[in-house]
Design a protein. Structure first.
Lengths: 704, 61
């Protein structure tokens, strides 16, 4: 609750704030009548207009603040408006918005919401706006801005009594405006860091003062800790953002203003006044917006394969060369177990994962590019509409976007959802959105089974399937376990801009480093473990005398066939083979054999392990590791495209990795929800994969 | 010691190292999860374990 005065009526101060020419003075005159007093603010030549007003038995002082475009205190008028609002005298601030130029007026709103004061809004000149063909969703606007919005015509006095009544209700409640601008990841991190320096302030005040310092506004009372932080954060932001920090903050406010204006107003005439608006007229179009988004994603996925193929082949050739070199310099008879561990376990396992680095990087390059241009915010905006129609909170799409990278931070990001129903629903459906680790699986299987012209389509189809599955399951959950309404929120729309090379390069480097570090630690350790499980116990007795048969084989092909059969028999005897054989009856209806089963079990530790395990199994099983493309060729020889699709579908929809289950347990504070996610997703994946695979067989599309 | 035993010993050491690393890795993550008191990132969630936490370069609501 606010510290605002809500006591005796005579102490109430109602302040009018707004842009110049928004009709603020007309409104003041309409409210104050002839009782106004005109003076100067102390020490400056800025008019101070106030009046004692009585309305429906409530007396209060009405103050007309100077007309300003911002509260950054870069002019005497702005400093006065800011100080008055922060003086704790204001029981409520009425912001007068020019309805004919809403977006520009909302820049001031963006700052006003940070002041921690109760706010009501007068949507003034509503008659002129309607004459221009503008329509407003007042209810939604009120929800987004955190205060009542009353349409007014100050020159005629229309709506003024309603506005006063609403403003006094807000004052009586004393509840500060709950809406605020989100400045994006980098700036918000800096704001939080600087705000920590204001130890004595409450959260709202600390955030406001931190924002002011980052905006370049001097704060003579700022503690040294905050000043130290601000210098460090400004330096960091300038390096990462590639633009002055005050420009970045202004862009975030612009995004807030444009987001609210786009969300609540519709024009019958479509007068687009600048580049951003012109581009939004296409990219946010009610009919074309979503198809454009889907087409862009399709282009991204095609690009991932078209451009990723050559570097992937270079890496594969390099790894094949390395395996061949190790085998050449390391005689087969010398330390054969260690040799197998290095060639089959480490190079076959970790190498298989590393070779898909170009695809992963290209995907994240495209996402970083789309994000930096401002398009990703539009994608979220488009999905926000769709999500609302599906009964979901618009904010739910943001964790899903984060989930394109990794599901763990995506689930952590659901903390921004205040409502438990929204939060739990989003936590449970976010793993359906394909993460970067699953991309490694797709990067292996899609080129193995599909011709180049279909690869982008298949990948696009998989990502869309994940998003659709998330939305459908969320709808089911909201209709059953988590019934109730969702709160509205503002989706910021930053201006379009050309991304800086530095920013994109930093994103790429972060992603590449994370991927390689994971491959060199977790995947390496798991590969060694899986190699051991795929090697021991060793078989000493075989069903036939392979040594003699191989020696007597008439042709090289027959010899190779016998060697492969011997290795397959040896593999089936190992722990991995036994586990795979044990689970085979459950996965056989999906088109999977025991080797896929063991890879799926490994993928539970980390999704990339699916690729590592397939690499190990086929390497131990006799595939020529030193040849590039060996794993994909082995997959093509052992499985059909329909089985490949079934594998990808199952990996997409089935239980997420161990880390996701652990973070779900932590965020829901319940093992039940974590286990429900594990079991529910696996059951759903099994059911859908079963239907798709069996339907494919029935249609004659091939099977085992 | 025969070459065969050296071979087995080397492999056993490698596997033991991998298993120990995994055990410590998951134990460390589990304890961090349990005792999470770290900073809150731009997205409003704890920074611990978050791959975007370094400079918080990821997307945030």
């Amino acid at each position: 609750m606010s510290r605002r005065p809500t006591g005796p009526s005579t102490e109430r101060v109602v302040m009018l704030a707004g842009n110049p020419n928004s009709g603020k003075t007309s409104l003041f005159n309409r409210m104050a009548g002839a009782r106004q007093h005109v003076g100067n603010y102390p020490g400056v030549t800025v008019d101070k207009k106030s009046a004692k007003v009585s309305f429906r038995g409530v007396e209060f002082e009405l103050v007309d603040l100077p007309g300003v475009y911002s509260l950054l205190a870069t002019s005497p008028e702005e400093a006065i408006a800011r100080d008055e609002i922060l003086s704790d005298r204001a029981a409520v601030v009425i912001q007068v918005l020019d309805a004919t130029n809403l977006e520009r007026n909302l820049h001031l709103t963006a700052q006003l919401t940070e002041m921690g004061v109760p706010v009501a809004y007068a949507l003034n000149m509503i008659d002129e706006a309607e004459a221009k063909g503008l329509k407003f969703d007042l209810e939604r606007m009120s929800a987004l801005l955190g205060g009542p919005v009353i349409p007014t015509n100050a020159s005629r006095g229309d709506g003024v009594p309603t506005l006063l009544a609403a403003a006094l209700d807000v004052a009586a409640a004393g509840q500060a405006c709950t809406s605020h601008v989100n400045y994006g990841a980098d700036l918000e991190a800096s704001i939080a860091a600087v705000a920590e320096g204001f130890e004595g302030d409450d959260a709202v005040s600390a955030r406001r003062r931190a924002i002011a310092l980052l905006d370049g506004i001097a704060d003579p009372h700022a503690p040294p800790a905050a000043l130290e932080s601000v210098a460090r954060e400004l330096n960091r932001l300038a390096i990462r953002g590639g633009r002055p920090v005050d420009v970045q903050m202004a862009e975030a406010r612009y995004g807030f203003a444009l987001g609210v204006a786009t969300e609540v107003s519709a024009s019958a005439h479509h007068v687009w006044h600048d580049r951003t608006m012109r581009m939004d007229s296409v990219l946010l179009h009610r009919i074309w917006g979503l198809p454009v988004f889907v087409a862009l994603m399709w282009a991204v996925f095609n690009l991932v394969f078209a451009l990723g193929e050559p570097p992937m082949q270079w890496i594969e050739a390099g790894l094949g060369g390395l395996a061949g070199w190790v085998e050449a310099v390391w005689p087969a008879g010398a330390a054969p177990l260690l040799r197998s561990l290095v060639v089959d376990g480490v190079i076959g396992g970790v190498g298989g994962v590393i070779s898909f680095l170009p695809n992963i990087l290209l995907l994240f390059l495209a996402i970083a590019f789309l994000e930096d241009t401002g398009y990703m915010a539009r994608a979220a905006f488009l999905m926000d509409r769709l999500m609302h129609k599906m009964g979901l909170h618009g904010k739910s799409f943001i964790p899903m976007l984060i989930g394109l990278g990794c599901t763990v931070p995506a689930i952590l990001a659901t903390r921004t959802l205040d409502n438990k129903r929204d939060r739990f629903t989003t936590i449970l459906v976010t793993p359906f959105v394909s993460c970067g680790a699953r991309m490694t699986i797709f990067a292996l299987l899609i080129p193995a089974f599909y011709a180049p012209r279909w690869r982008g389509w298949v990948l696009w189809g998989l990502y869309m399937t994940g998003i659709v599955a998330a939305i459908v399951v969320a709808r089911l959950l909201r209709g059953t376990l988590f019934r109730g309404e969702s709160a509205p929120f503002v989706m910021e729309l930053p201006p379009y801009r050309v991304p800086t090379g530095r920013s994109v390069a930093i994103h790429m480097w972060d992603r590449a480093w994370m991927y390689l570090r994971k491959a060199g630690t977790l995947i390496l350790a798991l590969s060694i473990l899986l190699w051991a499980l795929g090697t021991f116990p060793r078989r000493t007795r075989f069903t036939r005398d392979y040594e003699a048969d191989i020696a007597a084989a008439p042709t090289p092909d027959a010899r190779a066939e016998l060697q492969a059969a011997r290795q397959a028999e040896a593999l089936e005897h190992t722990l991995v083979g036994r586990l795979g054989k044990w689970m085979e009856p459950a996965i056989r209806p999906l088109g999977f054999d025991w080797r896929v089963g063991t890879a799926l079990v490994g993928a539970f530790a980390a999704k990339e392990v699916f690729v590592a395990q397939m690499g190990i199994v086929f390497s131990l099983g006799g595939a020529e590791e030193e040849e590039p493309d060996s794993l994909r060729r082995a997959l093509r020889q052992n499985y059909t495209p329909l089985q490949g699709l079934a594998m990808m579908l199952f990996c997409l929809l089935s239980a997420p990795c161990l880390a996701t289950i652990a973070v779900t347990r932590r965020e829901t504070r319940s093992w039940s929800w974590a286990l429900a996610m594990l079991v529910g997703m696996t059951a759903l994946a099994w059911g859908i994969t079963f239907v798709i695979y069996q339907s494919g067989l029935w249609l004659g599309l091939g099977g085992a | 010691m025969s070459a065969q035993w050296l071979d087995r010993l080397a492999v056993m050491l490698a596997v033991a190292f991998a298993v120990s690393w995994l055990a410590f890795h998951y134990r460390h993550k589990w304890r961090k999860n349990k005792e999470s008191t770290g900073g809150i990132g731009a997205c409003g969630a704890p920074c611990e374990d978050c791959p975007y936490s370094k400079d918080c370069g990821g997307k945030a609501p």
